[in-house]
Design a protein around this ligand. Sequence first.
Ligand code: URP
Ligand code: ZN
Ligand code: ZN
Length: 465
Amino acid sequence: MQFDTIIRDGTVVTASDTYASDIGITSGRIAAIARDLPADSARTLLDAKGFLVIPGGIDVHTHLDMPFGGTTSSDDFETGTRAAAFGGTTTLIDFAIQYKGQSLRQALDTWMKKAEAKAVADYAFHCIITDVAAAQLEEMGALVREGISTFKLFMAYPGVFMLDDATIFRAMLQAAKHGGMICMHAENGGAIDVIVRRALAEGKTAPKYHALTRPTTAEGEATSRAIALAEMAGAPVYIVHLSCNDALEKVREARDRGLPVYAETCPQYLYLSLDNFDAPGFEGAKYVFTPPLREKWHQEKLWQGLARDTLQVVSTDHCPFCFKEQKELGKDDFTKIPNGGPGVEHRLSLIYSGGVHGGKFSANRFVELVSTAPAKLFGLYPRKGTIAVGSDADLVVFDPNAEQVISAKTHHMRVDYSMFEGIRVRGLPKVVLSRGRVIVQDGKFTGRAGAGEFIRRQTFSGPAM
Ligand code: URP
Ligand code: ZN
Ligand code: ZN
């Protein structure tokens, strides 16, 4: 058998197994997994001795080239997918936003155009629905059939994205009917709005008030309501960017009852806390995203949630805005700071470092959290998310012991600060392949803009997690 590439002598790590093997790649797919594949049977040999070989990371929550808060997120589909690749992530699921009065199709067309000539690695879309009338409900089925099988709805941001319970319920019924799933931004936007107005009236305008006006109770309440609505609709629900123990407990209770309820958290909630707002001057704006940072004790609960499968996925909610000129829009009023933070590049290293080296879970669970569970939940499995014959050769040769201090000086995201500045991580990608092509090798980018493909996702296939 002839191969395009053989990855030799690596330790293959999937969500379930760890074993020594070579991997043979042909036409972008994994063609053989066996020991001692003949060296002369491939044009390219990649030596993985001493390293792990893991499936490419899948980040199911990014916002590239997204207009928000009077500006646009600073990474586009080229710089964002490139930075992701440096960090070992080979597939992104971004969000196409339907604005008021638009069809869902218009949203999808707009985001397809943003991505197609630029993405260096594969991508898919969820659709954010902000305006749900009969026509849009009708369109949901068509989108699911075209591979957009998940829809994000907001219980926060009144007047911009927020939907009422009846609308959410209708959308859940419709998603369930077509094999789709609702991804929920769960915060009680109405209550938060009242607290925010009161803070502003009292002259509390600094960045930290973004966090202090969004209590954990607001996230817990909305998470509970989202779960109740989904239960009544007979629909699965996926809670995005879960940040605190209040919400975690609601998810745990629902899962204990056997409901198809899933949730993700993000590295910022595992590594950062309200303490970050002690940064001097306006620097706290670097940590303004939603839900906000919480008291430090929530971090340990979230790590436990990952280890115990209350949380199934780690995504990034990568939504970068530069400190200069973008975050500065809110210098005198925290409500004008564009919400979001950069993180797409460091997810794998942060989770391997804190999770596996930190003794919280195994390397297999790490793979499950950053690749396999995202693929299964979002209709990409087994094409992506595992190492198996026939799967896409999205692979990462991962050095489990290489160290790096994260810094904006060396990162590849198009943003002028890092949320994780100064944090030392252990575990770094060495070689990254997207459908068999090496796109990053030893810190050098070897990919090409436009090489990434849109991936049609399958429907939600039930509570297989
Ligand atoms: O602050 C955040 N998270 N910005 C991105 C939009 C969202 O709610 O996910
Ligand atoms: Zn959100
Ligand atoms: Zn988001």
